[in-house]
Ligand binder design. Structure first.
Ligand code: ADP
Ligand code: MG
Length: 398
């Protein structure tokens, strides 16, 4: 699917005040920025605007402040500093968002300069999508740019609000995220193999359902595989299970059959006698897990089965770890999947979901993937086929 909204490439930004909603929600501890992935991801749009002589005003949330005023731990000041360091651009910061000092700092901006406003969530009205704060933010810009893909699923003041008052277009990150993730459903190179894992079926059922309309093979691993195993009448011991979702799991299997989609589930499992790194472990066939034991990873036969499907793929979408990868004892299956994707150099690989991305990073394989989404919830919502309010609010391409 082509991207249907206007982007910064479609408008003239020379000398204009460009208000950009970015996702600078990065980890900050004691005033030091940890992982800079999200700042790096915003650089193409910021650099483009600076090169085209815009006056760039950046706004973001950071963490979960109470919304009753400034809280030092959630200030964007260290993020602005890190942005200056990473980009080499002329970056300014103002410790105000909706007040006179923010307006004055905007008025002083010269073309090619960048201003970072203070955390939009220091005021409760941001999350409530209050039109007054949207109006204030919109007054800073001649045009609004949404580049915060990770927040595009939230109808909050700084995400959707300015579009009501000034022209609104997509940034380059947003465009890339949306076109890559929706491209999985328009014209994927085949075979298209989707791997879903994680803990809960209830979180992922919409994603599985939609992928069954597009993929050639759907693989389900991780904790949610046990709801499928139980639905099929197997013994799952103390493994994770959502009893209320067994019927839906069977519906998914029936849909796969009807659509001619290969549906792969684990055939063996690493089971443990406790949810702990140092638990006793053994292997158990799917459907034969005794009580007192819980499945925390896929077994070696399953690794091979899944890796074989991945090796033949031309497109891979992966969301959700195949085991409790946070504990080394149960990370092997997830690592095997990540390695299988990395080893297939002729496939387009798209990774979505916070924990899946963390797993790929943990194994040092991020640079082997074609595309790693910066949005957890937003990417899942898009893959489910639900519209993102932030994207909906933008002006349509002509
Ligand atoms: P993502 O963030 O990539 O969308 P999820 O949040 O859906 O992924 O799932 C990640 C979580 O699932 C991880 O914390 C992982 O420990 C857990 N998980 C995976 N397999 C199992 C399992 N067999 N039992 C319990 N938890 C599991
Ligand atoms: Mg998660």
């Amino acid at each position: 699917m082509a991207f249907t909204k206007k982007t910064i490439r479609d408008i003239d930004v020379d000398g204009k005040r460009v208000l950009v909603r970015v996702d600078f929600n990065v980890p900050v501890a004691d005033g030091v920025v940890g992982d800079t992935t999200r700042i790096q991801a915003a650089l193409p749009t910021i650099s483009y605007l600076v090169e085209h002589k815009a006056r760039v005003i950046l706004m973001s949330h950071l963490g979960r402040p109470k919304g009753d005023g400034p809280e030092a731990a959630f200030s964007l000041a260290p993020v602005a500093e890190k942005l200056a360091e990473l980009s080499g651009l002329d970056v300014h910061f103002v410790d105000d968002t909706y007040g006179e000092r923010a307006a004055a700092a905007v008025a002083e901006l010269a073309p090619g300069q960048v201003l970072v406003l203070e955390n939009v969530r220091f005021d409760k009205r941001e999350k409530k999508n209050d039109p007054e704060i949207a109006r204030t933010l919109a007054s800073y810009g001649d045009v609004f740019v949404l580049d915060a893909f990770g927040t595009a699923h939230r109808a909050q003041g700084s995400v959707v609000g300015p579009a009501e008052f000034i022209p609104a277009v997509a940034g380059l990150l947003l465009e890339k995220e949306v076109s890559t993730l929706s491209g999985l459903f328009s014209n994927p190179k085949r075979p298209f193999v989707a791997i879903l894992g994680g803990s809960k079926v209830s979180d992922k059922i919409g994603v599985i359902n939609r992928l069954l309309d597009s993929a050639d093979t759907v693989i389900v691993g991780g904790g949610m595989a046990y709801t499928f195993a139980k639905a099929q009448g197997g013994q799952i011991g103390d493994s994770l299970c959502e009893d209320d979702w067994c019927d839906r799991a069977l519906e998914m299997l029936a849909k796969a059959e009807k659509n001619g989609v290969q549906f792969l589930l684990p055939i063996d499992n690493v089971v443990a006698d406790a949810f702990a790194e140092d638990a006793n472990t053994k292997l158990a066939k799917t459907g034969e897990i005794e009580s007192g034991w819980e499945g925390l990873d896929i077994g070696p036969e399953t690794e091979q089965l899944f890796a074989k499907a991945v090796a033949d793929a031309k497109t891979v979408f992966w969301n959700g770890p195949c085991g409790v990868f946070e504990m080394d004892a149960f990370a092997h299956g997830t690592k095997a999947i990540a390695e299988a994707i990395a080893a297939n150099e002729s496939c387009d690989s798209v990774i979505g979901g916070g924990d899946s991305v963390a797993a790929v990073n943990k194994f040092g394989l991020a640079d082997k993937m074609t595309f790693i989404s910066t949005g957890g919830g937003a990417s899942m919502q898009l893959v489910e086929g639900k519209p993102l309010p932030g994207v909906e609010a933008l002006n349509d391409a002509e």
